[in-house]
Design a protein around this ligand. Structure first.
Ligand SMILES: [Zn+2]
Length: 436
C-alpha cells in the first residue's frame, strides 16, 4: 500500500488590536506533523547562561547572557518548537516552505530551533525580527543533508506581541520581512512578493547566482525563490486563502472564539461559514484522510495578548486535533502542569498528547473519520470549554491585580492551582471518553 508524502504543514494567523473586539492581539497556529510524532508542551524558566555556546541539533551557536522564560510546543525529538510564547508575551510560530535554494551539504539551523531562539532572546516582536533575521543570515536554514533523518525545509515565521506582528519568509540564508497591518494568515507557501519592508542584503545576488527569475526592480521574493511545485496539490495556497479570507471578513469582530473556529475549520471554502464536517486534507484543521496516509494537526495555540495592563495575557493550548479536543487556558506567570510535558516516541498511557491522539483514532469508523462520533465527543467538551472562557478571564484579572500589588507568590499559586484544576478536569473527561 502506498504511503503518501506526510502532510507536514501548518497554518499561522494573527489579528492585531485594530481588528479584534477587545483591543488585544490574537495569534493562532495549527502545527501539522507526522501523525504519530508526539508534541508535548514544555515550560522552561528564565536562565542565566553559563556556557558560551548553545547546542542546537546540528550547530553550536554563541549564547546570550540570559534566556527568557518561555513555553514551547515541542516535537519530542527536537530542541526547538513548532510554536510558543515567552515571559514578554512574544509569540512565534513557523511554517515549512519550499524554495529553489539547492540542498546544502553544511549543517544549518532548523526552523523550529529559530522559533525557540526567538523566544529565548526577544522582549518584543520587533526585536524577535532582528534576532531571527540575524540568525538566518549568519547560520542559515533550509534544506541540508544530515545523518539523523531530520526532514529539513525553508521556513516562514509569524511573530506577534500585544501591539505588533511581523511575517518573515526565507530561502536558505536569505529572508524578507513584512509588518502585518491588521489581519493575516500564512501557510506553506511564500506570501511576501514585492510588498516587503526589509530584505537580506544578499537576496538579489543569491538569486542572480542561482539564475533565478528576477521580474521587477524591487525583488519579488515569492516569485523568485518559491518552488510552487515542491508542495503537491496546492494545499498551502488553498489554506492561506482560507485563513486570510476568513479573517478579512470578520475583521473588527475577531475574538478568541472566532480564532478557535478558524483553527477547527473544515470548510471547503465554498461556504463562508465554517463547517464541522470532515472534508479533505486541505482544511486548516488537518486530518489524515485514510489509515494509509500520514499527517495530522499535532498541537495548536491561540494567544490573547493584552497590552493595557487590565489583565494577564492568556495562551490557549490544545493537543492533537483542535476540532476534537479542548483549548486549555495557560499563564506563563504560573507553573504549567508538568503532565502536559510527558510524550515520547512511543505511546504512553499517562501522556496527555498520546491520549488525545487515541481520541482522534476513536472518532474513526473503519479508519475513516466519522461525523457522528465527532459530534458526541464535541458535546462533552463544549460545556467545559465554555466554563474555561469565563473562568480564564476572571483569573487573568485577579492574577493581574496581585501582580500590580507586588504579590507575585500569591499570583503564581493562584495561576498554578487554576491550571492544575483545569488539566485534571480535562484528563478525567478524556479518560471517560476513551473508555466508551
Ligand atoms: Zn478537525
Amino acid at each position: 500500500m502506498k504511503i503518501y508524502e506526510p502532510l507536514i504543514s501548518c497554518d499561522s494567523m494573527v489579528a492585531l488590536p485594530n481588528s479584534t473586539t477587545n483591543n488585544t492581539t490574537i495569534f493562532g497556529k495549527n502545527s501539522d506533523r507526522p501523525k504519530i510524532e508526539s508534541q508535548p508542551l514544555v515550560q522552561i524558566p528564565r536562565k542565566k547562561n553559563t556556557s558560551k555556546y548553545t547546542q542546537c541539533q546540528f550547530l553550536s551557536i554563541p549564547s546570550t547572557e540570559i534566556s527568557y522564560a518561555h513555553v514551547g510546543s515541542k516535537p519530542y525529538w527536537c530542541w526547538g518548537y513548532e510554536h510558543g510564547f515567552n515571559e514578554y508575551n512574544v509569540v512565534i510560530g513557523n511554517e515549512g516552505l519550499g524554495t529553489y535554494i539547492p540542498v546544502s551539504s553544511k549543517p544549518k539551523l532548523i526552523g523550529m530551533e529559530i522559533v525557540r531562539l526567538g523566544l529565548e532572546r526577544s522582549k518584543t516582536a520587533k526585536e524577535a525580527v532582528q534576532i531571527i533575521t540575524n540568525l538566518i543570515s549568519l547560520h542559515g536554514q533550509g534544506v541540508f543533508e544530515n545523518n539523523q533523518s531530520v526532514r529539513t525545509y525553508d521556513n516562514g515565521f509569524l511573530i506577534a506581541d500585544p501591539t505588533e506582528a511581523y511575517i518573515i519568509e526565507t530561502a536558505g540564508h536569505e529572508w524578507v520581512v513584512k509588518q502585518v497591518k491588521n489581519v493575516e494568515g500564512i501557510s506553506n507557501i511564500h506570501s511576501i512578493t514585492t510588498n516587503w519592508d526589509d530584505i537580506s542584503d544578499t537576496a538579489l545576488s543569491t538569486a542572480s547566482l542561482l539564475n533565478l527569475e528576477i521580474l521587477s526592480p524591487k525583488l519579488n521574493f515569492a516569485k523568485t525563490f518559491c518552488d510552487y511545485d515542491s508542495r503537491f496539490d496546492g494545499r498551502g495556497e488553498f489554506r492561506r486563502l482560507r485563513s486570510c479570507t476568513y479573517l478579512e471578513n470578520k475583521k473588527k469582530n475577531i475574538d478568541l472564539k472566532e480564532m478557535m473556529s478558524l483553527l477547527k475549520d473544515h470548510s471547503d471554502g465554498e461556504n463562508f461559514n465554517e463547517t464541522q464536517s470532515f472534508l479533505d486534507t486541505k482544511t486548516i484543521c488537518m486530518h489524515y484522510p485514510t489509515p494509509e496516509t500520514d499527517g495530522n494537526t499535532a498541537a495548536s495555540l491561540i494567544s490573547e495578548l493584552y497590552s493595557d495592563n487590565s489583565q494577564l495575557s492568556i495562551h490557549w493550548t490544545s493537543m492533537y486535533s483542535p476540532c476534537l479536543g479542548i483549548f486549555l487556558p495557560m499563564f506563563i506567570e504560573g507553573e504549567i502542569p508538568k503532565i502536559l510535558s510527558i510524550a515520547n516516541k512511543e505511546y504512553e498511557v499517562n501522556s496527555p498528547w498520546w491520549m488525545f491522539r487515541q481520541l482522534e483514532k476513536s472518532c474513526r469508523t473503519e479508519g475513516i473519520l466519522d461525523n457522528d462520533k465527532a459530534a458526541k465527543i464535541r458535546s462533552k467538551w463544549n460545556p467545559i470549554q465554555n466554563e474555561f472562557y469565563q473562568s480564564a478571564n476572571f483569573i487573568s484579572q485577579e492574577a493581574n491585580q496581585l501582580k500590580q500589588n507586588g504579590d507575585f507568590k500569591q499570583m503564581e499559586e493562584l495561576l498554578t492551582d487554576y491550571m492544575n484544576k483545569n488539566t485534571n478536569t480535562v484528563l478525567s473527561t478524556l479518560h471517560n471518553l476513551l473508555k466508551v
